[in-house]
Structures are given as C-alpha cells and as structure tokens.
Design a protein around this ligand. Structure first.
Ligand code: NAP
Length: 898
C-alpha cells in the first residue's frame, strides 16, 4: 500500500480529525526518547515524539525533590554516541544533581534541535494496530492523533508513581507531595512538621535535606534498606584518568560489562579470602562510595550465593550500628529481610547520621503499621503523629506501569497488552512483544534496564532498534514481529538467569512485589549488559532469529527459534572457551592434553573447605593406585562414596574433580574417596574397569580404617568415570561383592554406538566433541572389545544392580546413551531416577563455582546418595538461595512389566 493510500485510510479512521502521519512515533522525551529522535531523524525517518511534560528530561523532569541526584557516577551516566557531545559538556560532580542532569538533557535537545519534533503536554491515551494498513494509530489527549508505521515506547522504567494505598489521604488538610511528581515552584519546608513515608532511594536521598529544614521530621519506615555513603565531590581522579586516557576502550568495556560500568569481573570467592581480606575489600568499597563497585567487586559469590552475600551484609550492618547512636533506632534501620543487592540499594549523604538529630523520629511500621491518614497527620496502630506536610516517597509501578498507562494498547487480532501481560510482562529481549507488530520498548521488562547503567542500556536499545528499521527499509520489509516460540524461549532464559541471582529472595519493585495485586516475577534481565548485548547481536547475525518480517514486495522471512537454549553460565563458559580458539583437543596428543588439563585445573579454586583431605594408595590389580579422601566436617563415621573422575579413560587423576568431590562431600555428609585409576593409551581396556572394581572392593573392605561406616559403599563417577562406576557395579554383582548401596552416574559413557541423536546434535561446540570421544575410544579400546559390558555397560546384565541416579545433559554427545542406560536399568527392574539437565553441557556439574546453575542438580544428586544410604534428606549449608529448578526435577522411570 502506498503512503498516500495509507494516509487516506488513516485520516478516515480518525473520524474527520487531522491525523499526523509519520514513519515513527516515539513516546517520551527522556534519555531514551531524545537519543531515539536524534537517530531516527538522521536515518531519514519522519518522526514525532509525544511527551506528557512541558519540556524534555523524563525522569529528571519529574523527580525534583530535595537531594535528587543520579547514583551512577556521572562520567558513566551520560551519552556516549557523539564524541563532540562528550567533549562539549563537563559534569561538575561525581554524582550530578537533578538540576544539572536536566540542564544536560536540555543542552542535548538544543544541540540537535530536537524540540521541534516533540509535542509537549501530549499524552498518548490509546494505541491500536491496524493490520489492514500495517500502521499504529495513537490517540492523544492534546492535538491530532498520530498514524505511524512504528511505535516506540521510551517511557522509562520508573515513571508511573504508585498510589500510596493508605486510607484517608484525601482527608489530610496539610500539604502533600510525591517525590516522583515534585512541584516546579519552590516548596517551603522550613519550620514545618514533616512526615516522610518510604525509605527507598528517593526517601533516603531527601530525608537528610528535609531534616535540615524541618521543625520536626518523622520518617515512616516499612522496610529498612542498605544505603552506601556517596562521598560526593569532584569525579574521582582515577576514574577520570582511566576514561580520558582511552575513552573508546573505556566506553567499550562499559558496554560489555555486567552492569554498564567498566569494572572487571571479580574472580575471588568469599571462602578463599580471610576475614581480614574481606574486611579490607569492604572498607575500600565503603570509601569508594560507588554502588556498582560494591555490588560487583567484593567477591565473586556475593550476588549469587546467600552465604557469600551474608558476609557482606553483616559488614554493612556494622556500619549502621556504628553511625546511629540510639541502639534501638540503629536496629530498626538495619535490613535483615533481604540479601544485599537483592533489593535496589541506595546511595546517600548523611542518611544514617540524620537519625542522630534531635528533630528526627523514626517510626518502625513493622511494629506499628499506619492505620490511616487523618486531617491533622498520620495515625499508626499505637500513636498519632501531627504533620503540616506529608511526603510520599512510596515508589513506582515499575517497568510495566508507564507502558500500561497507555490503555488500551491493541495489537494484532484485537489483543490487548494488558490481557497478554495479565500474569506478568512477556517480551522478546525486552524490546518487542509477540502479537504487537512494529511496537518496540526501550529498556522494557526483559532487558537489563534497571539492573544496569541506564545510559548504556538506552544507547544499546536505541541503536539496535534504529539499525533494524534501517535494515528493514533497505530490504523492503514493513512489519516485524516476535514469534511466540522466541518469546517463550526468552522467558525461559530469563527464569534461568534469575535462578542465578538473589533478587527473588526480596520483596522489591524488581519483581512487582511493591504493587498490591501485581503479578510477580523478576522483570529485568539479570544476565548482564555485555551478555545481553551479544545476544541481541546474535539475533541479527542469525537472520533475525525469532522474528517474522513481512513486506509488500518481498518474501516473508521467519527464522523461528530460541536465541539462548544454554544455561546462562554455561553460555558464558562456552563463549570463553570459544574465544581461546583452541585446536581440536585430540590434536594435543595424550600427554599434551594431560598437561593442558592440568594447567587448566591449576587455575581454578580447589573448592570449599571440608573436614579433612587425605591422600593414600590402595592395592590395584597391577600395583598401587592413588586415592584422595574427602571427609566431611560433621562427626562420623560417614558412609563412603567411591568416586571415579572423568577424562575419557585418558586424562585426569584422583584430584581432577576435586571441587566436585568437596562439594558433594559437604552436601551428602559422606566421605568421598576419589580413585586414580590407570589410563590409556599406556593401559588399555580393561585396565580402568578392573582398577575401578578392585578399588571399590578394597575401600568396602577397609571402610572402618578409612573412618567410614562399615557395610555397603556407594559408587559415583562422571563421564568415563561414570562408565567405570557403572561397570564396577556390574562386576561386583558378577563376582559376589562388594555390596553397593547405590550408583550415581553423571553423564556416563555407557555404549559403543555412536549413532544416537545426541552424537550428531552435539557433535561440536560444547567442549566435549564427537571427534574427541572417537579419539578417547580409540586410545582405550580396540573395536573388537567395544561390545564387552566392561566398557559398554548398556550391554551387560542389569537385573539386580543397585539403585541408580543417572544425570544427563542436553548439550552433551553422551546424552542419549545416558538416557538409554537409565531406561534399560528401569526395564531390568532397577530403581532409577534420572535428571535430564536442560541447557547444560558435559562439564556443567563438575565445574562447581563456575556453573552455578548446576547447584540444583548437585542438590538432587546428594539427596539421591543419601536415600541410597538410608539417610534422611539433609539441608545443605550454602544453598538457601538456590531453590531447586522445578523444570529440572528428576523423573522416576517406572519399572517395565516383565
Ligand atoms: P522504592 O525504592 O520503591 O521505595 C519506596 C518506599 O516506600 C519503600 O521503603 C516502601 O517500603 C515504602 N512504601 C511503599 N508503599 C508504602 C506504604 N503503603 N506504606 C508504607 N511504606 C510504603 O521507591 P523510590 O525510593 O522512589 O525508588 C525507586 C527506584 O527509583 C530506586 O530503587 C532507584 O532505582 C530509582 N531511583 C534512583 C535514584 C537515583 O538514581 N539517584 C533516586 C531515586 C530513585 P517497602 O520496601 O516495604 O515496600
């Protein structure tokens, strides 16, 4: 349809009123809207921006309460798209004030002459997609409607203030202010009795300044928050030098970082550091006064593990106690209900010290909730507080509020966005929604947005969207829409990412928990800014994966699929390995590969502390075999697990899977004895199998001497170790002992057939490759021997074997033979549980402390081993923050009849 015809049908649709025709309509003239307008115009799109306020600024237009400042250092919270703009503006402070940021945005608007395409004082009241003309029609409350090909919401994440949900607000006879809608004219607070409700970032920034003016300030606190002193002043010299020495790489590092500020990935984990080292790191962060720094730089497990987090939270609490003189007030100000960072922490100036002032009272609403607001003030359940002014610092209907404020947004087939999002926002990449063609959101739910430096995320989204529109125009496409499959895949990936963080353990606006009745779930993307950017780029690189594109004169294009099927941490590991650009591992030769693996293992943390680690030897069929024993710190005697490491019968030793053995020993409360069996090519089949059997028998016979429980042992193994563990169980049955209470087989080799799907599906790209497996087989076992059950246990006699827990990983060449073994055991009447780990690769479970999403699998493995040993399931230290992934629950395989 030609543009003239579009215009005609569009103006008909508005019942005679003039309709403004543009290629793209943008809603919002804040950070995102201004840059959008600039880029769209430069790209030659006709554009209008609709803005409710009477000037530019977005959040910085509305939030003008006393003390409003940014809380990301301003040298980072700034546009970076134009070097001349960067050199044309100098920020005056480490954290700029709201007036300065607003001046900056005005300066940007002037510099690019943006205001001429912005319709101020104009609210969009409804948006409807017309499939017939392939355009959006936007109704407004001021001036003509807008017909546009593309509709982009740059409405901000924290723009719709939340109503206070307190009875009697209308009865109050004094003045009422909302931090998020602070008046433009001066507000006179001096000498007044002021009540502030809310202690989030807005409350915490404004309370110290209000206290300086008020006759008396009463703060009504429902939940205490963590606040870090900003130590504001000039921008820190070290950061400015870093930026000025190499602006391009500084900005690039920010774009690829976790949170949009260039700090490196922290590698040291809390339990590798002494108390003194942890305290030193904490003090440095406290002095730095930088939220991103303290959220990411102390230790690697601070944001993913409750134990690692608790160490930091406690140091924080000490600071509050040391600052607030009245112990009862201090205690009320200390957060206990959420891990540090799970809820947005705040940046403050004199916040805690303000409670030492004689004119400030803290009311702890957990002890005396607000009953109502009256004509003269606020009544709690126990007291009445008179006030001249009430300030609501009660927050926002975050992330979705401003989008849903345009109501209805009606997509294809008359679908309303509020219906589609009734159970929480569904998006693809946080940018688009299936069923709503040509609609984009900048920093929408499902993107890193509020968990990042917004300036960086906004530029990335704007660039991505405008670049797509240009590419579509060049290719002749006129519509773009996310597919349901891509969107569902993104929801799964979002859920996988959020399992890694602690946000779900807090009542926070990140999850919608602050708005009564709102569907709850972690709304921002928690996988990090850099990974997110690379995913968006990958979508493009893979032919707009997950999008349907149509146009009048071109064939429809739809590469349907899920952009991330791996667990997020597995994806990072595999990307890092891919960056190493290693040759095929088998090309190293057996000794070369052993050296490589030893070097690789030397750089990893050994694993968490256990009660004792002991080395010894035991007699094997052809000489002594080394072992390493891991004893739990709990009182013994403990059941014993005989463990066999992975490495394709060629690599590794009794220490190779040390982090896994330590972790499992702690989780199970059992002794793990990891056995160093003989390797190929020096010792070919059946050396490894015979060693495994001999070691199992010896350990069972000497359980008491090893400090273990006499009686049946358990066996476990990973990969080729899973193979020899399974074989040891069969040999023990054939040869009359020892007794084995259960077997844990993690990604085991079970058969010599290479034609199962997983060998093809996962032939390359997931570290363990098909060609490497062929090489391992060739080194260990000649073709004539391969059907022997001592190397292909799937072909053995399975009836009567010990109960088994079999773990397989989706992206593993060995997946299907593991599943086949579990099914064959079940068919033979062996009790079997099987964990099919979605999104995992062959090494997921042994890369403890790297593949954090492997925790829930290891929890289940530990529970299975305890069941096999007749012990009750036990809560393991350190997993409180990691709930088992219900989608990865083990399945019990029913015993086939006959
Ligand atoms: P917020 O973090 O949601 O805090 C709202 C506060 O009001 C909380 O303490 C909340 O208690 C309390 N509250 C809400 N409803 C209440 C009720 N009915 N009765 C009693 N108390 C109630 O909101 P915010 O402070 O406006 O900050 C929101 C976000 O905006 C921040 O997290 C930050 O991302 C951003 N922000 C940034 C800056 C900056 O960059 N400098 C400044 C301000 C805000 P509960 O915790 O118990 O719900």
């Amino acid at each position: 349809m030609s543009d003239a015809m579009v215009a005609a049908s569009a103006s008909e649709a508005t019942s005679g009123g003039t309709t403004q025709q543009v290629d793209v309509a943008v809603v919002g003239a804040g950070f995102a809207g201004l840059y959008l307008l600039h880029r769209l115009r430069r790209a030659g799109f006709t554009t209008v921006t609709l803005e409710e306020a009477d000037d530019v600024g977005g959040t910085w237009y509305w939030n003008r309460y006393p003390g409003a400042r940014c809380d990301i250092q301003t040298i980072d919270y700034t546009y970076t798209f134009d070097p001349e703009l960067e050199s044309g503006w100098k920020w005056s402070e480490k954290y700029a004030t709201q007036p300065e940021i607003l001046r900056y945005l005005g300066f940007v608007a002037d510099r690019y002459d943006l205001r001429r395409d912005i319709r101020f004082r104009t609210k969009v009241t409804a948006a409807t997609w017309s499939q017939a003309v392939e355009r959006w029609m936007l109704k407004t409350d001021n001036g003509p409607a807008v017909s546009c090909r593309y509709y982009i919401m740059a409405t901000g994440c924290l723009s719709a203030p939340k109503p206070p949900e307190i009875d009697g607000v209308k009865d109050f006879k004094g003045e009422i202010y909302f931090t998020g809608r602070w008046p433009h004219e001066e507000v006179k607070l001096a000498g007044k009795r002021i009540a502030v409700i809310g202690t989030g970032s807005s409350g915490i920034q404004s309370i110290p300044l209000i206290a300086e003016q008020a006759a008396h300030l009463t703060v009504f606190q429902r939940t205490p928050n963590f606040a870090l002193p900003a130590h504001n002043g000039p921008a820190p010299v070290d950061r400015v030098t870093l930026l000025e020495n190499d602006r391009v790489s500084y900005r690039e590092q920010a774009r690829m970082s976790l949170a949009g500020v260039p700090w490196p990935q922290q590698m040291a984990v809390s339990w590798q550091l002494s108390d003194a080292e942890r305290r030193e790191r904490f003090e440095k962060a406290w002095a730095a006064g930088d939220l991103v720094y303290i959220l990411t730089q102390l230790w690697a497990d601070q944001a993913v593990d409750v134990d690692g987090n608790a160490l930091l939270a406690e140091l924080f609490r000490e600071k509050i106690r040391a600052t607030v003189k009245d112990p009862e007030t201090a205690e009320a100000l200390i957060p206990y209900d959420h891990p540090f960072g799970a809820k947005r922490p705040c940046l403050d100036t004199n916040y805690y010290a303000t409670y030492n002032r004689p004119n400030v009272t803290l009311v702890n609403l957990r002890q005396e909730p607000i009953k109502s607001i009256t004509a003269s003030g606020i009544n709690t359940e126990t007291r009445a507080f008179d006030a001249d002014v009430i300030v609501f610092a009660t927050g926002f209907d975050a992330m979705t509020g401003a989008i849903m404020a345009v109501h209805p947004i009606t997509g294809r087939g008359g679908k309303s966005l509020s219906d589609v999002w009734a159970n929480g926002p569904q998006t693809y990449l946080g940018l688009t929604v299936a069923g709503f063609p040509n609609l984009f959101m900048i920093t929408g739910p499902g993107s890193p947005s509020v968990l990042s430096n917004m300036a960086v995320s906004i530029e990335q989204h704007v660039d991505w969207v405008v670049d797509r529109l240009i590419a579509m125009r060049e290719a002749g496409f006129t519509t773009i829409e996310a597919t349901e499959m891509a969107q569902a895949g993104w929801a799964r990936h979002m859920a996988d990412c959020s399992m890694l963080t602690l946000h779900r353990l807090a009542n926070t606006w990140y999850t919608g928990a602050n708005v009564p009745g709102k569907a709850q779930g972690v709304m921002p993307y928690t996988g990090g800014v850099g990974p997110y950017r690379s995913i968006c780029n990958e979508v493009v690189g893979r032919g707009m994966l997950g999008f349907k594109l149509t146009g009048p004169n071109v064939a429809e294009q739809c590469n349907d699929g899920e952009i991330v099927r791996l667990q997020p941490d597995v994806r990072l590991v595999l990307n890092m390995l891919a960056d190493l650009k290693l040759p095929p591992l088998e090309s190293f030769g057996s000794q070369g590969l052993r050296d490589f693996v030893a070097q690789f293992n030397a750089s990893r943390p050994a694993g968490r502390p256990v009660g004792e680690v002991l080395d010894g030897t035991l007699p094997g069929p052809d000489g002594p075999l080394p072992y390493r024993l891991y004893r739990p710190a709990t009182p013994g005697p403990h059941p014993i697990v005989v463990y066999f490491h992975g490495g394709g019968w060629v690599l590794g030793d009794e220490q190779a899977d040390e982090p896994f053995c330590r972790d499992m020993s702690r989780r199970t409360g059992m002794i793990f004895v990891s056995v160093g069996y003989r390797h190929a090519p020096e010792h070919r089949f059946p050396a490894a199998a015979e060693d495994a059997y001999a070691a199992t028998r010896w350990i069972a016979d000497h359980a008491g001497e090893l400090g273990g429980q006499p009686g049946p042992v358990l066996v476990a193994g990973w990969s080729a170790g899973g193979n020899v563990a399974a074989v040891a169980c069969q040999l023990a049955q054939d040869r009359g002992g020892p007794q084995i209470a259960g077997q844990l087989l993690v990604c085991p080799v079970t058969d010599c057939r290479f034609d199962r799907s997983s060998y093809n599906d996962n032939a390359a790209g997931y570290f363990l490759t098909r060609s490497l497996m062929y090489w391992f087989w060739d080194l260990y076992c000649s073709p004539a021997d391969r059907t022997d059950p001592r190397v292909s246990p799937l072909r053995g006699k399975l009836t009567g074997l010990p109960p088994a827990f079999v773990v397989t990983c989706e992206f593993d060449p060995l997946r299907d033979e593991g599943i086949a073994y579990a099914e064959a055991l079940a068919a033979a009447g062996v009790p079997v549980e099987q964990l099919q780990a979605r999104g995992h690769f062959h090494s997921s479970f042994t890369m403890v402390d790297v593949v954090i999403t492997g925790v829930s699998g290891r929890v289940q493995m530990a529970q299975a081993l305890r069941r096999f040993a007749g012990l009750p399931p036990e809560r393991k230290q350190g997993d409180e923050g990691v709930r088992p992934d219900r989608t990865a629950a083990p399945r019990e395989i029913s015993v086939a009849a006959g």
